[in-house]
Design a protein around this ligand. Structure first.
Ligand SMILES: NC(=O)c1ccc[n+]([C@@H]2O[C@H](COP(=O)([O-])OP(=O)(O)OC[C@H]3O[C@@H](n4cnc5c(N)ncnc54)[C@H](O)[C@@H]3O)[C@@H](O)[C@H]2O)c1
Length: 336
């Protein structure tokens, strides 16, 4: 299978994402090319390590003699306590400034292990090995790391680009269906904002994708890495510019809704009032000086930032979206 090498530009210098079915088998060679490390430490969760630990160690030709530091990767464990737990475990295992941390897992493992790598001894080398679809096409690229506080998500963190990302869709075989579908929503988003041809391919191949066909995922995942890499290389902090107003054509909206519906049942629409939703949007990271900003798609394959969307238009959309989705899934009443 073809392995694609994708370069990501970051403030700390460029790094590579090596992506494709079987990419983990290339990992050893790619890590050797990064230089000499005094010790190598896997950071993962018990669940992920049980599912893919052997494949990863075999692929990288690294044994258990290297440190394996496991922590719970539930969203509720994405906190400073886990950072301390891993840092102390690294310290007990003798990790020094020349050590390498390999983060093996989904977005939670990547975010927590990335923040540990950023802060342990003021920074040690990091390689990301993403094992969920979300992590493969999104969170492992761009260098955002961090943990939650009781006050909110991702409130403590750092930009800390990895030295390398090894992205192998073969590691997704054990991923629970719900997590896989969540990643596909991200893939559809990439197609909507950046690649109309990929959108058409998703429409054609969705059944194969849902069966996790190796050939299809082997080309789909690297294409999504390219899109994400382009976005973060242009602007690491992902703050888009542009102020034009446009409208997504009705036909595109209908295609997007139909494709999303093929992923299976959608999560229920939150039982909160319109004013609460609008208030929550005002505290989102995309808000600037109290002005709501939206990344919208004027047509399939394109995206722009809009900051002149009237609040009553937002309220209308929030009012009609659940009904639109219910109609498209022919399950009226499911989403009230
Ligand atoms: N840093 C970023 O840029 C960025 C971007 C998007 C999301 N995130 C963060 O990512 C997190 C969500 O990550 P996620 O969607 O990857 O899910 P996740 O890390 O929460 O993992 C979901 C579940 O899948 C399991 N799992 C992971 N890989 C598996 C495998 N190969 N086989 C079997 N089980 C496996 C995990 O143990 C977990 O139970 C959130 O905390 C979010 O804030 C970060």
């Amino acid at each position: 299978m073809k392995i694609t090498r994708i370069r990501v530009q970051s403030s700390a210098g460029p790094y590579l994402v090596v992506a494709g079915a079987g990419a983990i088998g290339r990992g050893a060679q790619e890590i050797t090319a990064l230089g000499h490390f005094s010790s190598v430490h896997f950071v993962s969760s018990p669940k992920v390590w049980r599912a893919v630990g052997k494949i990863v160690q075999r692929g990288l030709r690294l044994s258990n003699r290297n440190g394996v530091h496991l922590f719970s990767d539930s969203e509720s464990a994405k906190h400073l306590g886990s950072v301390e737990q891993i840092a102390r475990s690294l310290s007990r295992a003798g990790a020094d400034r020349k050590s390498l941390v390999l983060a093996v897992g989904g977005g939670v493992v990547g975010d927590v292990a990335g923040f540990v790598a950023a802060s342990y001894l003021r920074g040690v080398a990091l390689v990301q090995i993403p094992t969920t679809l979300v992590a493969q096409v999104d969170s492992s690229i761009g260098g955002k790391t961090g943990v939650n506080l009781p006050e909110g998500k991702n409130l403590v963190g750092a930009f800390y680009p990895p030295r390398l990302v090894v992205t192998d869709p073969d590691l997704l075989r054990s991923l629970p269906p719900r997590e896989f579908r969540g990643g596909l929503a991200e893939v559809i988003k990439h197609a909507v904002i950046a690649d109309a041809l990929m959108f058409a391919r998703l429409e054609k191949d969705m059944d194969k994708i849902l069966r996790r066909d190796r050939d299809v995922l082997g080309s789909l995942v690297p294409r999504n890495v390219q899109i994400k890499a382009r976005v973060v290389s242009r602007d690491e902090r992902e703050s888009f510019l542009g102020h034009e107003i446009g409208l997504t054509p009705a036909e595109d909206v209908s295609r997007i809704v139909s494709l999303v519906c093929r992923l299976g049942p959608l999560p229920p629409w939150p039982a909160v009032s319109l004013s609460t939703l609008v208030k929550a949007m005002h505290s989102d990271k995309k808000t600037r000086s109290g002005v709501l900003r939206f990344v919208l798609s004027p047509r399939l394959g394109q995206a722009r930032t809009y900051d002149k969307v009237p609040v009553n238009a937002v309220e209308r959309i929030l009012h009609f979206t659940p009904r639109l989705i219910a109609a498209a899934t022919e399950r009226p009443g499911v989403l009230k």
